[in-house]
Design a protein around this ligand. Structure first.
Ligand SMILES: *[C@@H]1O[C@H](CO)[C@@H](O)[C@H](O)[C@H]1NC(C)=O
Ligand SMILES: *[C@@H]1O[C@H](CO)[C@@H](O)[C@H](O)[C@H]1NC(C)=O
Ligand SMILES: *[C@@H]1O[C@H](CO)[C@@H](O)[C@H](O)[C@H]1NC(C)=O
Length: 421
């Protein structure tokens, strides 16, 4: 994979031009009440669906989706389905001595897969993909580049002196994660409980996700997926399904969903960036999303699968140079982005549901069925894991592998609090 174009997938000019094209493609015309008047549809939209949460989902011809505006994908031949679906799973034998100790363990292990709000109001026909329309045009114009790119670090942030952790804090980001490394990974998976944490200001976000990474610490390539509350990208504070990728540690490249060309969508069932529904509430039913990112060994494209069966789409191998041969590390957990981290007053943006890890009732950020695919090509729990928190007084971690059938990971916190002033 040559550098040049790929190392900064979109130079600033390229990005602006492509965004401009994208805006004119997707922000076209106002939808009429019936929602399907063809002369009011944006270019390439076969149909539009008005969702009760205010979103408009355009069903775009699969061959004319935003990804193909990426110069590297101009002659891309779309892969309609993975040629390989690694579904075999082995688990370490559970010792009979392991007993259930927590009272609602059963409830937590039977979380319900959440859907998306727009699906109440229609579906996209075969041959199209659902694309969430940008509606906050003002916001898009005023921040066009920044809205899509995680901010560029100005100076490296202090290294944490924690010998155990091969990690250190990235600028303006606070993580609370479970981590594995030591192999080359070609897949990672988890069930992620869905919450709607409050995000203090519009330039901040809170995500819970699975992330695969390769490359040098401040210049890594990564692909990730999970749920996010990200007002700057989405224009509101709803919890949304997202995918994200970067090729330089988010310094100059980085894209959510289809907001810049790259991710190729193949499913007509799931819209990236659409609001998830229902959301878990404390003492209520536990809802989850279930994300599986895996590399197709025949094409080296990285697929994102939702809910165990829907192949939403893929990141084409030619977006990347390092991660195409596999990921060096996998992370599960939360990340908060804010300019008010590591200082007082700390941001009050929450991670998970804003509670510190709560293994008793599961009323906190919670993931289970963490899996990786290594060169054995068998989906399994990683041989080695470690937890890590940038600011454990603000966002903490709790990992349990004993006394449970399957390891569990709890994470999150309130941000600003008496422990995190
Ligand atoms: C994918 O690769 C496997 C071997 O890795 C091969 O058996 C299979 O036929 C390939 N499938 C396609 C569709 O190319
Ligand atoms: C969307 O579906 C809901 C539930 O079926 C319905 O109450 C609502 O009126 C629909 N909204 C639109 C804009 O069609
Ligand atoms: C990170 O936050 C500091 C203030 O704490 C700000 O000066 C800097 O621009 C931010 N860096 C990025 C990459 O956003």
């Amino acid at each position: 994979m040559g550098n040049g174009f790929c190392s900064h997938v979109l130079g600033f000019n390229g990005m602006v031009i492509i965004l401009f094209v994208l805006i004119s493609v997707v922000s076209g015309n106002k939808i009429s009440e019936g929602g399907t008047k063809e002369n009011h549809l944006p270019r390439h939209a076969v149909k539009s669906i008005q969702s009760e949460d205010g979103d408009i989902i355009d069903c775009i011809d699969i061959y004319k989706q935003p990804a193909f505006a990426h110069p590297a994908l101009r002659d891309h031949k779309i892969q309609m389905a993975p040629s390989y679906e690694p579904t075999v799973e082995t688990m370490a034998a559970t010792s009979p001595a392991k007993t259930k100790t927590f009272k609602n363990r059963y409830e937590q292990s039977s979380m319900i897969v959440a859907s998306q709000i727009w699906k109440k109001n229609g579906s996209c026909p075969d041959g199209t993909v659902p694309v969430r329309r940008f509606q906050n045009k003002g916001q898009l114009e005023s921040n066009s580049l920044e809205a899509y790119v995680r901010n560029k670090p100005t100076h490296p942030v202090k290294q944490l002196n924690d010998d155990e952790n091969p990690n250190s804090q990235l600028p303006n980001r606070s993580k609370a994660i479970l981590l594995t490394l030591g192999y080359i990974y070609s897949g990672a998976k988890a069930d992620i409980k869905v919450w709607d944490p409050s995000v203090e200001s519009d330039d901040e976000y809170s995500t819970s996700r699975v992330s695969l990474q390769s490359g040098p610490y401040y210049d890594f390539e990564s692909i990730e997926s999970g749920w996010a509350v990200n007002p700057r990208v989405y224009g509101d504070k709803k919890t949304r399904l997202y995918v994200y990728w970067t090729v330089d540690g988010s310094k100059a490249t980085g894209c959510f969903d289809l907001t810049c060309p790259g991710f190729v969508q193949t499913s007509n069932e799931i819209a990236l960036g659409a609001a998830i529904y229902p959301i878990s509430v404390a003492n209520g039913l536990p809802y989850q999303i279930n994300i599986y990112i895996f590399k197709d060994p025949n094409t080296s494209n990285w697929w994102m699968q939702y809910g165990e069966k829907i192949n939403v789409g893929y990141w084409p191998h030619n977006l990347f140079s390092l991660i195409i041969s596999g990921a060096e590390s996998v992370e599960w957990g939360g990340e908060v982005y804010s300019l008010k981290l590591g200082q007082s007053p700390h941001t009050a943006t929450k991670m998970g549901n804003g509670e510190y890890p709560d293994p008793i009732f599961g009323d906190s950020g919670y993931m289970k069925r963490m899996r990786v695919l290594d060169n054995s090509r068998i989906l399994k729990f990683p041989e080695w894991v470690s937890t890590y928190a940038d600011e454990y007084n603000c966002y903490d971690v709790y990992y349990i592998s004993d006394y449970v059938e399957d390891p569990e990971f709890y994470y999150g916190g309130p941000g600003r609090s008496y422990k995190c002033p």
